[in-house]
Write a protein that binds this ligand. Structure first.
Ligand code: PXG
Length: 442
């Protein structure tokens, strides 16, 4: 049903939309008014297939009844409990459920409210950890070019997406970046992990030689880079990164805000790739995107390094008012239960080959210069228009939405990440709409 006239906002001026072309948007707003499973309904009454799980977060689809009910029940019994020097039972329950899903050796959970906060928390914990064990000179943080780690100062400092950094001054000092793993001249149209590029991990050795390992606290990377346009790690790359970090006592942080909770067909990318980092940052799918919540998962070694000194003193001077909010915890518990009962991680794994076939069937279409995929995520990269980067993909986004499909675009890359409840027919619909869009795109 189209939106009732009385519900339509009469003035769009006050709201400043995040990461949005505000003036274009306000000329022709795109409003979603309800959702169910794989579909949104737009304010003009159209059904829109969700090709992106919201913003990579609604892994169990929309308005999942178990999660909705859990939130309703929780808010009726305990709305809020102070997060400092107090807690409530659900924080412990949820931490244990998360740890059950994490690789062996990851045993502790620190709650935040977003991916950006998870990243800030992990970076601070890394520096404080080294200090706690007498290596206070290890303060340097390393990220990777084209990395996305949220929008706070730590995250944009270790991040490597130019537009997110360049107007914000000098950022954190003592940060450096290894090269990204994008090698289109060798790897274009790879299915799953590309063959070439494991040696890009050795770029970390270059920075170690430059700065000295004993000044470096941590390396943070996305196991699969999401926001920059789905860059899948070359075969052997992550293993080499893990080995170099271990050799030099550098903490390895996997930023799994996108990969976590089933996107690759396993609980975490760490499990998928069979590697245990020192910390994992997550958010999004933790509550199926319904209530903001994030977390940093750490090894016992990191956690235990702080558990010294007099017992009445605070060990880590860090936390948020809403760390472990009861309603968020209820949403998280219900989301994890839904993933388990409905077998959604396994479902993603079993759909991945179909997904791969479907996305690679777009090869040869108008403007397509690369296609990348892993698990239930993928990207179709378009050649940019001369002198007008991003415009062609943005047009594709607008046209897809008109035709009833929600996609994400970043520069000239179309990124896709449907909810893990997708049926094969949904996947077919995604690519038949995209085919129509690309055929008509100049
Ligand atoms: N780390 C990673 C790896 C992310 O992908 C964040 C941190 C920050 O999370 P918050 O919750 O603070 O937004 C993210 C977020 C997109 C898109 O379409 C990606 C994100 C957010 C919004 C859009 O690529 N990733």
């Amino acid at each position: 049903m189209p939106l009732d006239q009385n519900q339509w906002p009469n003035d769009l001026r006050a709201f400043w939309l995040p990461f949005t072309a505000n003036r274009q948007f306000k000329k022709s707003p795109r409003l979603l008014v309800s959702a169910n499973r794989m579909h949104y309904q737009s304010s003009d009454g159209r059904h829109v297939l969700d090709g992106t799980a919201g913003l990579w977060c609604c892994n169990a689809g929309h308005n999942s009844p178990r999660i909705v009910e859990a939130i309703q029940k929780q808010v009726e019994s305990l709305d809020y409990a102070p997060a400092f020097q107090m807690s409530h039972p659900r924080t412990f329950e949820l931490s244990n459920r998360i740890i059950d899903l994490a690789p062996q050796g990851i045993d502790h959970v620190f709650f935040t409210n977003s991916g950006s906060e998870s990243v800030e928390s992990a970076l601070k914990i890394a520096i404080a950890y080294h200090r706690a064990r007498g290596e206070g000179q290890r303060t340097r943080l390393i990220g990777r070019e084209r990395g996305y780690h949220g929008v706070n100062f730590g995250g944009i400092s270790v991040g490597g997406m130019v537009n997110n950094r360049r107007v914000y001054g000098s950022l954190l000092n003592g940060v450096d970046h290894i090269r990204d793993t994008h090698i289109p001249e060798k790897n274009a149209f790879s299915r799953g992990q590309p063959k070439h590029g494991a040696e890009r991990a050795d770029d970390l050795e270059r920075l170690i030689a430059l700065h000295g390992a004993d000044t470096i606290a941590a390396l943070i990377i996305e196991p699969v880079a999401g926001s920059t346009g789905v860059l899948v790690p070359p075969i052997g790359y992550l293993e080499r990164i893990h080995e170099i970090c271990s050799k030099h006592g550098i903490l390895l942080i996997f930023d799994e805000v996108i990969c976590g909770f089933g996107r690759l067909g396993d609980s975490f990318a760490a499990n998928y790739f069979g590697l245990t980092p020192d910390m994992i940052t997550c958010a999004k799918g933790l509550t199926n995107g319904i209530i903001p919540m994030g977390a940093v998962l750490t090894s016992s070694e990191i956690h235990d390094a702080f558990m010294t000194g007099p017992e009445h003193l605070i060990e880590l001077f860090h936390g948020y008012t809403y760390s472990g909010n009861p309603v968020a915890c209820a949403a998280g518990l219900a989301a994890l239960e839904t993933y388990r009962v409905d077998g959604l991680f396994e479902r993603a794994a079993s759909l991945a080959p179909y997904w791969e076939e479907a996305i690679h069937s777009m090869k040869g279409m108008n403007h397509v210069i690369d296609i990348r995929n892993i698990g239930l995520m993928g990207a179709i990269e378009l050649a940019p228009r001369d002198g007008l980067p991003s415009q062609r993909a943005f047009d594709a986004f607008l046209q897809a939405f008109e035709k009833g499909l929600l996609i994400r675009v970043t520069a000239d890359v179309i990124a896709l990440s449907p909810p893990l409840i997708a049926e094969k027919e949904d996947i077919d619909t995604i690519f038949s709409i995209l085919t129509e869009v690309l055929q008509g795109l100049d």
